[in-house]
Design a protein around this ligand. Structure first.
Ligand SMILES: [Zn+2]
Ligand SMILES: [Zn+2]
Ligand SMILES: [Zn+2]
Length: 104
């Protein structure tokens, strides 16, 4: 999905985005996976208005751009990335406990 060069920069393989932070590349990659069925569904309300609905909660909006911003809030809940198994972890505490598992 992404490559690491000598200066510890993670580069997106699907666009020119690069960042020194693994957590950021994980969040960025989600932008490319922003597809109907995996991140959101499209419905029409009683007035025939097209609505983009979040699959993770009850949020719905007629504006696709708003939905994208909203979905980022779900992704950003897990900003800690395990450097061993690349698992996304909810908090610093959880990530500390998690990294101990790899030491055993
Ligand atoms: Zn990209
Ligand atoms: Zn949501
Ligand atoms: Zn891990």
């Amino acid at each position: 999905m992404y490559s690491e060069n000598g200066c510890k920069t993670f580069c997106c393989s699907r666009c020119t985005y690069s960042t020194p932070d693994t957590g950021h590349i994980q969040v960025h990659l989600a932008v490319h996976d922003f597809k109907e069925g995996t991140m959101f569904s499209v419905k029409h309300n009683d007035f025939g208005i097209k609505l983009f609905c979040c699959l993770k909660c009850t949020y719905a909006t007629p504006h696709k751009g708003d939905l994208k911003v909203h979905i980022m809030t779900h992704i950003n809940i897990r900003p800690y990335v395990c450097s061993v198994c690349q698992n996304l972890l909810k908090s610093k505490d959880i990530s500390k406990k998690h990294s101990r598992l790899h030491l055993e």
